[in-house]
Design a protein around this ligand. Structure first.
Ligand code: MG
Length: 268
């Protein structure tokens, strides 16, 4: 792509230079020089600057410098959504403050309903850590169930999947109802686990079609979803419906006291 841009920049420069050369050798231009020398020289200088600008615009630029942060921690350009202290970045389904329990550096699902980020996002790379209850209660989808909904629509399942039988596309790290994770990489209940989620939103088109988005997910460092398509329909129990360009991140209250910590996102 860079060499293409560079090549097209060179072509444009040659075209511009050819135009300058043709103009400066024409009779009309010679007359202009004799009649209005100052204006003509200014125009020549302007054309030269424009030609140089075209070539420079095609050159690659250096990326911005950031601090990558500690392992698992937020890079300096990430948006920190939960640092273990408070839920100031979160709300309930309306606009009230989120009312889940916060203690000892984590938040815990409380019987108050789903919580939503106040800010809305489109494409992003999300880091999030969660722990299913150490005390095992229930089974199947009733055991350590919660979920992470990107744009309030597309759920990556959170579930205690350690020696807990359930259906394939309802596993932990499933794109719920859509894509089974490649492996079950669950840790034991009570242990902290990490999701790294790379999300590209489906894009509504002018003619009504939807260009699919995608999920890539790592569970405890293991690739479990590899660029799987997101066609546009919201997953089961999503708070929001309909294809959109942005939406809040939503954590699900499924009646199980799942814990979360260290949540941050980089916009893509
Ligand atoms: Mg769920």
């Amino acid at each position: 792509m860079l060499s293409q841009n560079y090549h097209s920049g060179i072509v444009r420069f040659r075209q511009n230079w050819e135009g300058i050369r043709t103009m400066t050798t024409s009779n009309c231009f010679q007359n202009e020089i004799e009649q209005r020398p100052k204006q003509t020289i200014s125009a020549l200088l302007l054309l030269t600057v424009l030609a140089i600008t075209v070539v420079r615009a095609a050159e690659p630029t250096l990326p911005p410098v950031i601090d990558p942060g500690p392992p698992g921690g937020p890079p300096s350009d990430a948006i920190v959504l939960f640092d273990g202290k408070d839920l100031s970045k979160w709300r309930d389904a309306k606009t009230n403050a989120a009312a889940w329990k916060v203690e000892n550096g984590y938040m815990e699902v409380s019987p108050k309903g789903d919580i939503f980020t106040r800010e809305e996002f489109g494409a992003g790379r999300l880091h999030l850590e969660w722990a299913a209850p150490a005390e095992v209660k229930g089974k199947d989808q009733g055991r350590g169930n919660s979920g992470v909904y990107l744009m309030g629509r597309y759920e990556i399942q959170v579930l205690d999947g350690f020696e807990n039988k359930t259906y394939p596309d309802g596993q932990a790290a499933a794109f719920y109802g859509n894509a089974v994770p490649q492996v079950n990489a669950c840790r034991r209940p009570g242990e902290w686990q990490a999701y790294e989620i790379i999300f590209h939103a489906p894009k509504p088109q002018a003619d009504g079609r939807v260009e699919p988005g995608s999920f890539t997910v790592f569970h405890n460092g293991v690739l479990v979803q590899d660029h799987v398509p997101i066609k546009g329909a919201s997953t089961t129990a999503a708070a929001l419906k309909g294809v959109a360009t942005q939406g809040p991140l939503v954590l699900q209250d499924h009646g199980c006291p799942v814990r979360y910590r260290n949540i941050w996102l980089r916009k893509l």
